[in-house]
Design a protein around this ligand. Structure first.
Ligand SMILES: C[S@@+](CC[C@H](N)C(=O)[O-])C[C@H]1O[C@@H](n2cnc3c(N)ncnc32)[C@H](O)[C@@H]1O
Length: 299
C-alpha cells in the first residue's frame, strides 16, 4: 500500500480536462472552480483514494505517470506527444541501460520520457543551442524526478567539430534541418544503432531520407501516428468531436555498413584521427559548456 506524504507527487483528478499535478506541501492549498483543495487533506491517504473540496466535489488522488508529466509540461517549444513517444520507444527498442543522444532538447518532453525508460543504468545526453529552452527543459526534467539520468549540453552539433559522445544506442533528432547532422550522428552511434527524427513536414522527410541513404543507414521508415478518442457511453458510443490534428511525421532508420569502396576506408581512417583529437579538446572545453541537470537544479 502506497501512502501519500509530504513531497509526494499527486495528480488531483476531477475529470479529463480538470486535473492538477503537484508535489504535496503541507501548508499549501489551491482554489479551483470545484472548490478549495488542501494538500494536507491528502497526507496519509492511499493513492487512488479521494478527498472532498469545500464545495462537496470529489477529487481523486492519483500517482502521476510519465503521460501526466508530459501532458502537464511547461511549453517553451513544440513537444513530442505520447502518441509518438510510445512508437519511438517501441520501434527503436529503447530499454534500461541504453545511452541516448538527443539533438534539440526543446521543452524536455522526449528527454524525460526516454530517461524514464533507460534509467537506472542508462543515460540521456541532450543538446540544445537555446539557453532559455534549456532552462525550461531542466525544470521539466527535474519535476518528473529524472535529472539524475540526463546531461544537458549547450552545444551546436551542426557547427561544432567535437564528437562529445560515442557508442550511442539511439539518436533522437528534433531540429528544423535534421539532415545536416546525419554524418555527425553516424559517428556518435554504435553499429546498427537507431535514429529517429521528428519532422513536421514532408519536405523534411524527403531531404532527410536522402541524407540517410548517403550516410549508409538502412531500414528507413517514415510514419505518421494519428490518435482518435472514442466517447464510450451506453447506447451512444462514438468518436469524440475533439482530437489532435497533425503534429509531426517520424522518420526511423538504422546505422549500417554498406561495404562500399576503398575510398570509404580512407575516409573512415581520417575521421577516426579527427575524432580522437576532438575527444581531447572536449575534455578541456565541454566542461564549461555542460549544464548538468543534476548540479544546477533549483529544488
Ligand atoms: C521542437 S524543439 C524540440 C522539442 C523536444 N523534442 C520536446 O519534446 O520537448 C526544437 C529544439 O531544437 C533546438 N535547436 C535548434 N537548432 C539546434 C541545433 N543546431 N542544435 C541543437 N539544438 C537546436 C531549439 O532551440 C529547440 O529547443
Amino acid at each position: 500500500m502506497s501512502k501519500i506524504k509530504q513531497n509526494s507527487p499527486v495528480l488531483f483528478f476531477y475529470n479529463n480536462s480538470k486535473k492538477w499535478l503537484m508535489n504535496i506541501s503541507k501548508k499549501e492549498s489551491f482554489h479551483t472552480h470545484i472548490g478549495v483543495i488542501k494538500h494536507s487533506d491528502a497526507i496519509g491517504k492511499e493513492y487512488g483514494s479521494r478527498l472532498m473540496t469545500n464545495k462537496d466535489k470529489y477529487v481523486y488522488l492519483l500517482e502521476p505517470t510519465m503521460y501526466d508529466y508530459v501532458m502537464k509540461i511547461q511549453h517553451g517549444t513544440q513537444i513530442v506527444y505520447p502518441k509518438d513517444l510510445g512508437y519511438i520507444a517501441a520501434r527503436a527498442g529503447i530499454k534500461d541501460g541504453q545511452k541516448i543522444l538527443e539533438i534539440g532538447t526543446g521543452s524536455g518532453s522526449l528527454t524525460s520520457f526516454v530517461a524514464s525508460i533507460v534509467k537506472p543504468r542508462g543515460h540521456v545526453y541532450t543538446f540544445d543551442v537555446d539557453e532559455k529552452f534549456m532552462k525550461i527543459a531542466e525544470k521539466n526534467i527535474h519535476k518528473s524526478g529524472l535529472s539524475k539520468y540526463v546531461t544537458q549540453h549547450n552545444l551546436d552539433l551542426k557547427t561544432s567539430k567535437e564528437i562529445p559522445v560515442t557508442e550511442m544506442d539511439v539518436a533522437l533528432i528534433d531540429l528544423g534541418d535534421p539532415w545536416v547532422v546525419i554524418p555527425k550522428v553516424r559517428q556518435m552511434l554504435k553499429g546498427s544503432g537507431a535514429i529517429f527524427a521528428i519532422c513536421p513536414t514532408m519536405n523534411q522527410l524527403e531531404k532527410l531520407t536522402m541524407a540517410l541513404v548517403e550516410n549508409e543507414f538502412t531500414d528507413i521508415e517514415s510514419t505518421e501516428h494519428i490518435i482518435r478518442n472514442i466517447e464510450a457511453r451506453e447506447g451512444k458510443t462514438r468518436h469524440s468531436f475533439q482530437g489532435i490534428g497533425h503534429t509531426t511525421y517520424l522518420c526511423f532508420a538504422r546505422k549500417a555498413f554498406f561495404g562500399n569502396t576503398k575510398a570509404k576506408t580512407t575516409k573512415a581512417k581520417t575521421t577516426k584521427a579527427k575524432t580522437t583529437k576532438a575527444k581531447t579538446t572536449k575534455a578541456k572545453t565541454t566542461k564549461a559548456k555542460t549544464t548538468k541537470a543534476k548540479t544546477t537544479r533549483k529544488k
